[in-house]
Design a protein around this ligand. Structure first.
Ligand SMILES: CC(C)(COP(=O)(O)OP(=O)(O)OC[C@H]1O[C@@H](n2cnc3c(N)ncnc32)[C@H](O)[C@@H]1OP(=O)(O)O)[C@@H](O)C(=O)NCCC(=O)NCCS
Length: 237
């Protein structure tokens, strides 16, 4: 289905979105699970997004420009040295993975609020040791382990991480940030905290003169260049 729209001019994106929603409504009461899934993956690529439509990422219907060129040109002096404002009662923190109490707090946030299946029956349970390994590779930046605290108990309510990685694209090596473990406590969902976390980690990465990042997502965001199917084996259920 997607291939049909790949050469769609930008000005037609709204029309495509409208059409896809109409198709979705039409098949809503049918058994075609595969078609529904395809639509759910395709619609986000064409519709407008309050946050992602403002970001320097490719749109699926845009012609590919020059390969290995920046989408936008920013300089260090364009980047604010101040953290982004947060909703009242919350503030930024960095998680020190060498501190047992902070490592425990991150483990608690992720084991209770990180990625789960649609029914909420299964959730990733990354161990403290795994998290420490994943978040503190050689050359890691402690200020890229970004948390949001708040409330009466100054609890950890949000997290996002970056680690520096060397990525090859078309034979060119670039130091980028690998973004991972984006998580917002279930009580703070849908308050637009995720875009603030993403903007804040972007700012901190930019302050290190790094301008590209790579990330994966279970939901369709603009614009995937690869996808993978992965399987889980439950250990010690
Ligand atoms: C992903 C998560 C942080 C989003 O938080 P939320 O409270 O649902 O969403 P918010 O109201 O803060 O923000 C919504 C915006 O974030 C974007 N967003 C949602 N999930 C995202 C993701 N995984 N990566 C990047 N952006 C994401 C949405 O597209 C939306 O932006 P848009 O309006 O431009 O489309 C939250 O649902 C969560 O912690 N889920 C469990 C863990 C998880 O799935 N993490 C992501 C792993 S890839």
């Amino acid at each position: 289905m997607l291939e049909k729209y790949l050469d769609t001019p930008i000005e037609c994106a709204d029309k495509v979105t409208e059409t896809l929603y109409k198709v979705k409504a039409r098949i809503a009461n049918t058994e075609s699970r595969r078609a529904k899934k395809m639509l759910d993956k395709t619609i986000p690529l064409f519709e407008k997004h309050e946050f992602w439509s403002t970001q320097p990422v490719m749109r699926v219907y845009e012609p590919i420009g020059q390969i290995n060129q920046p989408v936008e040109n920013k300089k260090l002096e364009d980047i604010s040295v101040e953290g982004l404002p947060l909703i009242e009662g919350y503030h930024w923190t960095t998680i020190n993975m060498d501190d047992q109490a902070e490592k425990d707090e991150l483990y608690d946030l992720l084991s209770n609020h990180y990625v789960e299946d649609d029914g909420g029956n299964f959730r990733f349970d990354y161990s403290r040791e795994f998290l420490k390994w994943a978040l503190t590779p050689p050359g890691y930046k402690k200020e890229w382990l970004v948390g949001v605290r708040g409330g009466k108990k100054n609890k950890l309510y949000g997290f996002i991480s970056g680690i520096p990685v060397k990525i090859m694209t078309h034979g060119q090596q670039t130091v980028m940030a690998e973004i991972n473990f984006l998580c917002v406590h279930k009580q703070l969902r849908s308050f637009r905290l995720a875009p603030v976390l993403i903007r804040e980690i972007t700012r901190r990465v930019n302050l290190k003169d790094i301008w590209q990042a790579i990330y994966t997502s279970g939901t369709t965001l603009m614009t995937p260049f690869g996808s993978a199917v992965y399987y889980h084996r439950n250990l010690n259920p």
